[in-house]
Design a protein around this ligand. Sequence first.
Ligand SMILES: [Zn+2]
Length: 242
Amino acid sequence: MAMLKKMSLDALGRNDPCLCGSGNKFKKCCLNKPESERRLHFEDMNTPRVNDWFFHYHPLQELTAAMLLHADLTMPELQKLASSMTRKMITRGEEEEKQIRAEQNPLVLMEKLSHGTDVINYPLVVDRLLEYEGQVTPFVIQKLRDTDEDVFIEQGVRYLNRVADFPLNEIVELAEKAKSPYVRSSLCVLLGIKGSEAVLPTVWRQYHLLRMQYPSESYMQGPLYGLYEYGYRFGLLKEGDR
Ligand SMILES: [Zn+2]
């Protein structure tokens, strides 16, 4: 995985458009303002300003649940490799694996995305669920609305990352209204990777909301990783590479 580059403001020229999004030249805008005032430019929840400057003041943290989920969703082939290597080394969960392979009822399969199932078998459960996508997706969406089971949330998002028919509108609604902040946070990572540009304001808003509602937790890192993806996918970030 390419390292996330620390954003630097040094490269900004005096005549460049100011990163705060005002439309004025840097020298006539934020250049001479104290940092505390520059920061205020980003506090408007309704106006997304995803740029190098934003990430300078709102850094991505490493080793959070959001970082791991982001790595996992953007590099599914890596997860596949890790899972097949683990299977060769560990003989645990084999009986359960047989049951999962034989199961014909998608709702029974969905119930296996909870504590009690061997961690090693989660990728297989998700693979099997994808065989019944049309039936399963509405149930996953429905459950994400109220659940606070972390296993289901994590695997549910991995499932949604891989469906052929991506339910964008339902996911946007959940990212705004799900009961669990972990659901909102995790779905914002997914929206950053797969959402259209029209959905950027939802992710931006969730960043600010989660940051205000849970200042001592790392939930806000989910939307922050989502915004980072938006920044690269839509050319809003100039510096660094992935
Ligand atoms: Zn400015």
